[in-house]
Design a protein around this ligand. Structure first.
Ligand code: TPP
Ligand code: MG
Length: 642
C-alpha cells in the first residue's frame, strides 16, 4: 500500500466535458490531460460537470481539496461562508436559481454536521447538490481519532448517492457518479474524502480491474413523453370537466406560457403552491395566487368547487386544501413517477417535463365556451387584491407588517430575485409580493426551515451579480445565521435584507394560540439593533418604524450600492390569518386569551374589538359566519376586550 502515499504525477488522457447551460446537458468533448493529486482530479472532474462555484469553509479535513481549489481557482471559485449550514443553503439556492448543480464543501466532523440542515432543504425541494466533506485519515477511521465522525453513515438519509473515497484512483469516477446522480435523481450526492487520500496521486491505489479513462462526463436529462393515448385520455377528462382548477407547483416554473394557454383553453384558474409562485405572474388573469394557510380565498374556492383538478409539477403537502377525494376528477403531470397520485387520486397521471407535456397536450384541448368558473375566480381576485391594497396602506402604529411587503412590492426590479424565510414573513411575502414575469422567488418549501432567506439571497447575488437580490426574513430566522453578514460584506454582495422585526417567533406564537388555544410561551425575543449590527459589520443599516416613511426608506436602501439591512419594526400582534378563517380557529384564539395570553389586551384590540364578524369575512367570504359562534367568542373575550 505504500504507493498510495507517493504522489506519482502521471498524466492520463481524459475526455473533457462541456456543460450546456440551456439544455442542462454535459457532453464529453475533446480529450484533455489531467495531472496531480486525487483532489485535483476530483475538482477538475466536477468542473467538467458545470460546477463553477463552491460554497464552504475550510478545515484540516479538507485542506487537500482546498489546495486543489486554490490551484483551479480560475475554473471554480470558492465562496467562503461563516457557517457551513449557510453553505448548504447557498448550494441549494444556487441550484434553484440557476438550474445548475449546486456544490458545498465542509471539513470532517463538525463542518460536515453543520451542512446537514441545508442539505435536507435541497433534498426536500428536489434540488441537485453535491456535498463534499472530509474524513479523518483513511487508516484511523473507526478508532476514536480526532473528528472521527462517520460522515458516510451520517449522510445516508439525506442523499441519493453517498460514497467514501477509498483511493486516489477512485476520485474521478466517484466525482462523475456523484454529479450524474444528483442531476438525474434531483437530490443530494455526497462524497466524503479521507484527508490523506486527497493528497495522493490521482491514480494511486488503482486495482487491476479499474482501467483508466473508462468514465466520462456525459449527461442528458430524461425526456419522458406520454404516449398519444395517454395525452388523449388527459385531454378527454379535461375537456369534459365543467369547472377545471389547475395546481401549478415548482415543476411548472418553466412552463409559464403553456400554463396560461391551458388555463385559457380550459377556463381554469391556476392556484400556486409557494414554490410555484413564479410559475405564472401574480397579475395574470388566470391565477388565483397562493394556496393554503398563506394563500388566497379565491384559490380555496377554486379547490372547493372544481369538478376536475389538474396538478402540474406539484406535490403540495396540505391535503386539506385540495378537493375532497371523489369531488373532482384528477389529472396530473410530474417529472417523477413516484409522485403520481401521491396527494390526490388521479385517473391519469403522466411522467414528464411540464412544459413539454403541456405543449403536446395543448392541440388536444378544446376551448371551453362556459367561462364562468374562471370568471368567478377573477371576480374573487379583484376583491382579494382590493383587500390587500387596503391592508397594505394602513397607517397604524406600530407599523403593520403588510405595509412593508406591500410597499416593497411596488419597488422591486423587474428581474428581482426574492428569497424568503419561514415564519409569518412567509405569509406576507406570499400574499403581498405580486411576482412578475422575469422575477424569481424561493424559500425553503418542504423543509420549511428557518434561516435560509439570507444565504439564499447571498447565493442569488453570487450567481447574478447585476440583479436585485432581496430577502424578506424574520428577526428569529435572521439571527440564526447573522454571521452571513460577514459573507455579504466580504464579497461586497449588494443584497438587501429586510428584517420584519416583531421581537418574537411570530409564527409559533400564533400557532400556539390559533391551533391549540394556548397562551404563547417561549417565543419572545429580546430586541436587537439589526441596523447597528449591519453598520458595525461594514454593511449599511436602515430602520423603518413609521409606515408613512416606509416607502422612502426602502427606496433609499434599495439604491445603496452595497449590502444593506433594513429593519422594519412591525406590530407583533398582527396575525397571519388564513384567507378563510375556520370558526374553531377563532374560538381557539379567544380561548388562548381567556387562558391568560400575556398580550391579550393588545391582541384583543387588534383582532376582536368590533371585529369578530369581520374575522369570518376575510377576502369577502362569509360562508362561515355563524351567529351562535360569534356570541360564544364574544362571551369568552368579555372583560378582556371592552
Ligand atoms: C430551524 C427551525 N427551527 C424552528 C422552526 C419552527 N419555526 C417556524 S417559524 C418560526 C418562527 C420564526 O420567527 P421569525 O424568524 O422571527 O419570523 P416571524 O414568524 O416572527 O415572522 C419557528 C420557530 C423551524 N421551522 N425551523
Ligand atoms: Mg419574528
Amino acid at each position: 500500500m505504500r504507493h498510495l502515499f507517493v504522489s506519482q504525477r502521471m498524466t492520463v488522457r481524459r475526455v473533457k466535458g462541456h456543460y450546456d447551460m440551456a439544455e442542462q446537458t454535459v457532453t464529453a468533448q475533446e480529450p484533455t490531460t489531467v495531472e496531480g493529486t486525487a483532489a485535483d482530479a476530483f475538482i477538475e472532474t466536477i468542473h467538467n460537470w458545470g460546477i463553477d462555484t463552491i460554497f464552504g469553509l475550510p478545515g484540516d479535513g479538507i485542506n487537500g481539496l482546498m489546495e486543489a481549489l486554490r490551484v483551479h481557482q480560475e475554473k471554480v471559485r470558492f465562496v467562503q461562508v461563516r457557517h457551513e449550514e449557510a453553505a448548504a443553503f447557498m448550494a441549494c439556492a444556487y441550484a434553484k436559481y440557476t438550474g445548475r448543480l449546486g456544490c458545498c464543501i465542509a471539513t470532517s466532523g463538525p463542518g460536515a454536521i453543520h451542512l446537514l440542515n441545508g442539505l435536507y432543504d435541497a433534498k426536500m425541494d428536489g434540488q441537485p447538490v453535491l456535498a463534499i466533506t472530509g474524513m479523518t485519515y483513511h487508516d484511523l477511521i473507526g478508532t476514536f481519532y480526532q473528528q472521527d465522525v462517520n460522515t458516510e453513515a451520517l449522510f445516508s438519509d439525506v442523499t441519493v448517492y453517498n460514497e467514501r473515497v477509498m483511493s486516489g484512483s477512485q476520485a474521478e469516477e466517484l466525482a462523475n457518479m456523484a454529479c450524474r446522480a444528483a442531476l438525474s435523481r434531483h437530490g443530494v450526492a455526497h462524497i466524503t474524502f479521507p484527508s490523506d487520500l486527497q493528497e495522493v496521486a490521482h491514480d494511486a491505489g488503482q486495482s487491476k480491474a479499474n482501467i483508466a479513462s473508462h468514465t466520462s462526463t456525459n449527461y442528458r436529462p430524461e425526456h419522458a413523453l406520454p404516449t398519444q393515448n395517454e395525452l388523449e385520455r388527459m385531454a378527454e377528462i379535461l375537456n369534459s370537466g365543467k369547472k377545471v382548477a389547475i395546481l401549478a407547483g415548482r415543476g411548472a416554473l418553466d412552463a409559464t406560457d403553456e400554463l396560461e394557454q391551458v388555463a385559457d383553453l380550459l377556463a381554469a384558474p391556476i392556484a400556486k403552491p409557494l414554490l410555484g409562485k413564479a410559475a405564472v405572474p401574480d397579475e395574470s388573469p388566470y391565477t388565483t395566487g397562493g394556496i393554503g394557510l398563506l394563500g388566497t380565498a379565491p384559490s380555496e374556492d377554486a379547490m372547493e368547487n372544481c369538478d376536475t383538478l389538474f396538478m402540474i409539477g406539484s406535490s403540495y403537502p396540505y391535503m386539506e386544501f385540495l378537493p375532497k377525494p371523489g369531488a373532482a376528477r384528477g389529472v396530473q403531470i410530474d417529472r417523477d413517477p413516484e409522485r403520481i397520485g401521491l396527494r390526490y387520486p388521479v385517473e391519469i397521471g403522466v411522467t414528464g417535463d411540464s412544459k413539454t407535456v403541456l405543449q403536446a397536450l395543448i392541440p388536444l384541448l378544446k376551448r371551453k365556451k362556459d367561462r364562468s368558473f374562471l370568471e368567478t375566480a377573477q371576480k374573487g381576485m379583484k376583491q382579494w387584491w382590493a383587500l390587500l391594497d387596503e391592508r397594505g396602506q394602513r397607517r397604524d402604529t406600530p407599523m403593520k407588517p403588510q405595509v412593508v411587503a406591500w410597499e416593497l412590492n411596488r419597488l422591486l426590479a423587474d428581474d428581482a430575485i426574492i428569497s424568503t424565510d419561514s415564519g409569518t414573513i412567509t405569509t406576507w411575502a406570499a400574499r403581498y409580493l405580486r411576482i412578475k414575469r422575469g422575477q424569481m422567488f424561493s424559500c425553503s418549501g418542504n423543509l420549511a426551515t428557518m434561516a435560509p432567506g439570507f444565504p439564499y439571497a447571498n447565493a442569488a447575488q453570487v450567481a447574478f451579480p447585476n440583479r436585485q437580490c432581496i430577502a424578506l426574513v424574520g428577526d428569529g430566522g435572521f439571527t440564526m445565521l447573522m454571521g452571513e453578514l460577514a459573507t455579504a460584506v466580504k464579497y461586497n454582495l449588494p443584497v438587501k435584507i429586510i428584517i420584519f422585526k416583531n421581537n418574537v417567533l411570530g409564527q409559533i406564537k400564533w400557532e400556539q394560540m390559533v391551533f391549540l388555544g394556548n397562551p404563547e410561551y417561549g417565543v419572545e425575543l429580546q430586541t436587537l439593533d439589526f441596523a447597528g449590527i449591519a453598520d458595525a459589520a461594514g454593511a449599511k443599516g436602515f430602520t423603518i418604524t413609521d409606515p408613512t416613511k416606509c416607502r422612502a426608506t426602502l427606496e433609499e436602501a434599495l439604491r445603496h450600492p452595497g449590502p444593506a439591512i433594513i429593519q422594519a419594526v412591525v406590530d407583533p400582534n398582527e396575525p397571519p390569518m388564513p384567507a378563510k378563517v375556520k370558526p374553531e380557529q377563532v374560538l381557539k384564539m379567544a380561548e388562548s386569551l381567556a387562558r391568560g395570553e400575556p398580550n391579550r389586551i393588545r391582541i384583543g384590540a387588534t383582532l376582536f374589538r368590533d371585529k369578530v364578524d369581520d374575522l369570518f369575512v376575510t377576502g369577502g367570504h362569509n360562508d362561515n359566519a355563524d351567529e351562535g359562534l360569534i356570541d360564544k367568542v364574544k362571551d369568552k373575550i368579555r372583560g378582556i376586550v371592552e
